[in-house]
Design a protein around this ligand. Structure first.
Ligand code: CP
Length: 321
């Protein structure tokens, strides 16, 4: 089986089988990062470019490591040190780099829809590394990989997603993925941070964090995205932490073996207490580690889709053709 598209713009267009394929492929790639020589020749000769118009630690680093572990050549464009500063447009930037025979662009942008726009303007594969408040597909995939590792399956699980839902591309991608895979998803946050229509994606919606957490198998906390707020959405961080922050007392409402997740970066003491971020059932660093395997899987599978029927992308952990 192959992915139908050589681009990854969101979870919404993916089928359940495609999600399963990416997760199974990621499972097979995970072992590569434990080898003494952490490299396979799968994408030798391919050129992968990361182009981030917003800050990133985890996503950018893990995409670069994933590409390098697949033996691709990598180029990292920093928008603060590029001709973007001189007014060059997104499309012109990508077309110019593409003319140097780039095969794939990993793009993060503050505008929802920017990666989709690029799929119509250039020939290379485009992978969305987070666009505005739209989607962050590889984050949802690495979250799903982590949940599968810890819980065995996604189907039938109760997942609570709590915090700034309004500005969260992570919430949207996770709602799409988890509901497709048969989980029950509950989202909770202050009314001002619950966007209109979020319930139509298939999650139940509440302003009561305790209600969302009660009986949950997975508690996923989200960061308050102050950089995207043009006004005040709640009276104070202190009040937000009291009503929505995860602490030991609130966590007692969850299932006794519930895991705690957070996509990072964490605002300790705001959406999650210090000790909950580091406690025994926190899988936050597993999420980060799994980001490399998931991104290896995505880069491999979209390269395979681009190669199409010619099937030139080789086998996942073995040699390239
Ligand atoms: N989770 C996530 O996207 O983290 P970064 O912003 O550090 O990439």
């Amino acid at each position: 089986m192959q992915l139908r598209s050589k681009h990854l713009i969101g979870i919404e267009p993916l089928t359940r089988d495609e999600i399963q394929l990416i997760l199974d492929t990621a499972d097979s790639f995970k072992e590569v990062s434990t080898r003494e020589i952490k490299k396979v020749p799968t994408l030798r000769g391919k050129t992968i470019v990361t182009l981030f118009y917003e800050a990133s630690t985890r996503t950018r680093t893990s995409f670069e490591l994933a590409a390098k572990r697949l033996s691709a050549d990598t180029v990292s464009i920093s928008t603060t040190a590029s001709s973007v500063q001189k007014g060059e447009t997104l499309i012109d930037t990508v077309r110019n780099i593409e003319s140097m025979a780039a095969d794939c662009f990993i793009v993060r942008h503050s505008c929802s829809g920017a990666p989709l726009l690029l799929t119509r303007a250039c020939r290379a594969s485009i992978v969305n590394a987070g666009d505005g408040s739209h989607e962050h597909p590889t984050q949802a995939l690495l979250d799903a990989m982590t949940i599968r590792e810890r819980k065995g399956q996604i189907e039938g699980l109760r997942v609570a997603i709590i915090g700034d839902i309004r500005h969260s591309r992570v919430a949207r991608s996770n709602i799409h993925l988890l509901t497709k895979m048969g989980a029950e998803v509950r989202v909770a946050g202050p009314g001002t941070l619950l966007p209109t229509g979020i319930g139509k994606l298939g999650a139940t919606v509440t302003t009561d964090a305790d209600e969302a957490i009660t009986g949950a198998d997975v508690v996923m906390m989200l960061r308050i995205q102050q950089e995207r707020m043009d006004r005040s959405f709640f009276p104070s961080l202190r009040e937000f932490a009291k009503l929505y922050g995860l602490n030991r007392e609130r966590m007692k409402r969850a299932s006794p073996d519930a895991i705690v997740m957070h996509p990072g970066p964490i605002n300790r003491g705001v959406e999650i207490d210090h000790d909950l971020a580091d406690f025994e059932r926190s899988v936050i660093l597993d999420q980060t580690a799994n980001g490399v395997a998931v991104r290896m899987a995505v880069l491999y599978l979209i390269s395979q889709a681009a190669a199409g029927a010619a099937g030139g992308a080789g086998t996942p952990t073995g040699g390239a053709h």
